[in-house]
Design a protein around this ligand. Structure first.
Ligand code: ATP
Ligand code: MG
Length: 805
């Protein structure tokens, strides 16, 4: 048949083929690292589309990182002449954002709601602590933040948390206050994105029914690392639960590897796999046992290591590739020497063995370890890139600029107000801010609305700030995103401020990069191009109809309400009126969800540095794992209970299995961390690797480090979990924005004949005047001022605008 002849299916092994061509129904694909799970998932989507079993609109695929989503979309568009724009492929957070933008009213949010990243969330918590005189010794803000995120991951609102002791009661009260603050300010944190969209589906039966009908094919990668709430969210989309069993119309395919479950500390539940099998009555479980990634010395090492874990579902992995090079192990005296060895080896790989630098990764257990390696690479002139360091959008100067931009959209965003109000300094002191905060609290209004209540000079300064923002808002009406950002950088005084700062040049450069980011967001990265995710006809041409009326199942009744057309980056286009989010809101959303994987230097051939957590799902020709020491890897915080140790071992398994051709392990007898030099014993994981696969570069020594002072005060506590992106912080690797897949060059844009100043007529909004145009062709949109309805962004492909002479 046409289906089995498809070139898509060539090169798959028997089990992979079975998985790709599974008939309708739920399935679990349980398989080890490098066995082609992600590839199977992508190929299945392509196959479903190609054989006409699915329309793009009927597919929802959840990936672990934005990078993975992008890759999947890119591979799909390479396999098929299909426009991937209409498809829901993304991370949990990205998909939730999309859902909430589309149904913001039902979700009780303003359409232009802003997203708090982890940093913003912490400052919001700190602010609230101050306001309510919370004892920060007893309740450190970080702990409160952790508590709130933990509750949300469990799907709990303040009223749902079981309270057994006074401390918990205080925390729950705080949680309640925090929620009220967020709601007042129109902001959501990462946990809220997830919880709010879960509740939306739970509480809106019509909406739920619509999406259940729509998403006939739900596919989830890295299922072992889903948490309780994410699983519950998936169930809402899949169908209704009756007596503990899911009644689902479509198919849910979950793909995972219990041995790679590494986010338990963030609420991930391997148990979701067993629940899935039971609740969905999964009849098909497929194991993939052939590893296509690594040479056998590497694979044997991974297999031997993970066999020391007791709680396993049990899988085998084999490879037909030869042994390859042995795993090289290096013991050094100092962390500096270790870093030097890594750099020397990297240079050899590049110079003698022709490895591309971007195909070489240096992995570490804790972020703090990267500094020494970075220094060594820098001194040797080897280009490198750190994943999960400070993201572009997290840099202080960028956050300042974003705060101004956010205030343009929403003057009641108090977090942004506080960030911007006295930066650059305008003589507004902490005392004045306190007075302002008190006034706002007693009036129950935003800071911006409360400025008139502050007396004297302080009040005048605050008033001037609010006026400045208002003027800026007026001035930027009708301007495009680039012009808005440029105006904000100038008018806010940020550029001026940094020009006078000794080391401000870098920061100004970054601010200019923000202008570029805005520009490319509109022209290529997302907004303009993804503006209208229309359903496609059989030729891949966009149909100008709602996906609802395009229905997956025409026999089903449609919702009464008109559902919006969804678009990845920006949110929605109202199908009736053509109204869309403003490019600025879309850009700010992008900034909050963006995970730094398309930073400026992304194209450069650079060595990749990242934590082991951040490396999940990726592969490299050569992998270095440094700091293989007791207390570091396995991490001190995890060594005291067997559950923790098993998670560390899975982490090591993930690290090893990233390597295709070469693997290098190293440890050092002394290490400087957090300002102290400590003696270290080599990791117990070395004893769990097969001697036959290893090659010790330095003579194997009986632990020099056994003289290490036990329980010395320094400790690694502060290196703990959650220290950084990818390693833990909520919204780490998962918090990325939508994929912006490459799209074939567009046909010449049909002229719409509009320009700034054109008078137009809209069926619903009446007469108005065009202020600005962004995007081209089918993605073009216009900002139009309607005297009676205010200023709106309209998608020209949908909005029926006529020119009034
Ligand atoms: P991980 O558990 O690390 O996420 P995975 O199971 O998702 O791994 P993939 O990333 O899909 O594995 O595949 C690993 C590598 O093997 C990829 O480079 C992929 O292209 C390749 N591969 C998978 N299946 C085949 C095949 N049948 N023939 C050739 N190469 C394959
Ligand atoms: Mg994978």
């Amino acid at each position: 048949s046409a289906a089995s002849d498809s070139p898509l299916l060539a090169n798959l092994n028997e089990e992979q083929l079975a998985a790709v061509t599974l008939p309708a129904g739920h399935a679990l694909i349980l398989a080890g690292a490098g066995s082609g799970k992600t590839r199977v998932l992508t190929t299945r989507i392509a196959w479903l589309l190609q054989t006409g079993q699915a329309t793009p609109a009927s597919i929802l695929a959840v990936t672990f990182t934005n990078k993975a989503a992008k890759e999947m979309s890119a591979r799909l568009s390479a396999m098929l002449p299909v426009n991937v724009r209409g498809m829901w492929i993304g991370t949990f957070h990205g998909l939730c954002n999309r859902l909430l933008r589309a149904h913001h009213q039902a979700a009780g949010l303003p359409q232009s709601f802003q997203i708090l990243d982890t940093q913003d969330q912490l400052s919001a918590v700190k602010r609230l602590c101050k306001q309510h005189n919370v004892d920060d010794e007893r309740f450190p803000p970080k702990q409160l933040q952790y508590f709130i995120a933990g509750c949300k991951e469990e799907g709990q609102r303040p009223g749902d948390v079981a309270v057994h002791d006074p401390d918990t009661r205080r925390k729950v009260e705080f949680y309640q206050l925090y929620e009220e603050q967020c709601q007042r300010e129109g902001v959501v944190d990462f946990g809220e994105l997830m919880l709010r969209s879960y509740e939306l589906l739970r509480d809106q039966p019509q909406l739920r029914a619509h999406y259940q009908r729509r998403f006939q094919h739900i596919l989830v990668d890295e299922f072992q690392d889903t948490n309780r709430l994410q699983y519950a969210w998936l169930k809402q989309l899949a169908g209704d639960e009756v007596g503990g069993l899911m009644q689902a119309r479509g198919s849910v395919i979950a793909v995972g590897d219990d041995d790679q479950s590494i986010y338990a500390f963030r609420g991930a539940r391997v148990g979701n796999m067993a629940d899935f099998v039971r609740e969905f009555d999964v009849q098909r479980q497929i194991k993939l046992e052939q590893n296509y990634r690594s040479f056998s010395n590497i694979l044997d090492s991974a297999n031997a290591l993970i066999s020391h874990n007791s709680r396993r579902l049990g899988k085998n992995l084999r490879t037909t590739q030869g042994p390859g090079e042995p795993v090289r192990v290096y013991e050094s005296h100092t962390d500096l020497a270790e870093a030097q060895w890594i750099v020397d080896e990297i240079r050899q790989l590049v110079k003698n063995d022709g490895f591309a630098r971007q195909e070489i990764a240096v992995l570490y257990r804790s972020n703090a370890q990267s500094r020494v390696i970075e220094t060594a690479l820098f001194n040797a002139g080897v280009p490198y890139r750190v994943y999960g360091g400070l993201r572009f959008f997290e840099r202080a100067e960028i956050k300042h600029a974003l705060a101004y931009l956010r205030l343009l959209e929403n003057p009641h965003d108090d977090t942004s107000f506080l960030r911007a109000v006295n930066f650059p300094p305008r003589g507004i002191g902490a005392r004045s801010i306190e007075v302002l905060q008190d006034a706002a609290r007693s009036a129950g209004c935003s800071l911006s609305d409360a400025v008139t209540a502050v007396p004297g000079k302080a009040g005048a300064n605050l008033g001037a700030f609010v006026a400045k923002i208002e003027v800026l808002r007026e001035q930027t009406q009708g301007r495009n995103l680039r012009q808005i950002i440029e105006a904000v950088l100038e008018e806010s005084g940020l550029i001026e401020h940094y020009r006078n700062e000794k080391e401000g040049a870098d920061r100004i450069e970054n601010l200019q990069e923000l202008v570029n980011a805005g520009e490319s967001f509109v022209t290529q990265e997302g907004f303009g191009r993804d503006a209208v995710a229309l359903p496609l006809d059989e030729h891949g041409q966009a149909l100008r109809q709602s996906p609802v009326s395009q229905g997956i199942d025409p026999s089903q009744p449609l919702l009464d309400e008109v559902l919006p057309v969804l678009q990845p980056a920006a949110g929605i286009v109202d199908i009736d009126t053509g109204e869309t989010l403003s490019p600025l809101v879309a850009f700010l959303t992008h900034a909050a969800l963006e995970a730094g994987d398309n930073q400026a230097q992304a194209g450069q051939d650079a060595v990749q540095l990242m934590t082991v957590h951040a490396s999940k799902g990726l592969e490299f020709d050569a992998v270095f794992i440094g700091g293989m020491e007791e207390g570091l890897f396995p991490h001190e915080n995890a060594m005291n209970d067997s559950g923790g140790l098993e998670e560390e071992r899975r982490l090591m398994y993930v690290a090893i299995t990233r390597a295709r051709k070469r693997l290098y392990l190293s440890h050092s007898q002394t290490r400087m961390l957090h300002g102290q030099t400590r003696f270290h014993i080599k990791s117990r994981f070395f004893d769990e690797l097969p001697e036959s696969a290893l090659k010790w570069i330095t003579p194997k020594q009986a632990g020099f480090g056994s003289f290490a002072p036990q329980g010395s005060g320094a400790g690694y506590g502060s290196a703990g979990y959650g220290g950084g992106r990818g390693q833990g912080g909520w919204g780490g690797a998962k918090t990325e924005t939508f994929a912006s897949p490459p799209v074939p060059p567009q046909k010449a844009a049909p002229g719409h004949g509009l320009s700034a100043g054109t008078a137009v007529f809209h069926n619903k909004f009446g007469e108005g005047k065009v202020l600005a145009i962004e995007g081209t062709g089918d993605d073009a949109r216009a900002q139009v001022n309607f005297p009676r309805h205010g200023t709106k962004w309209l998608a020209l492909a949908i909005a029926k605008l006529t020119i009034v002479d």
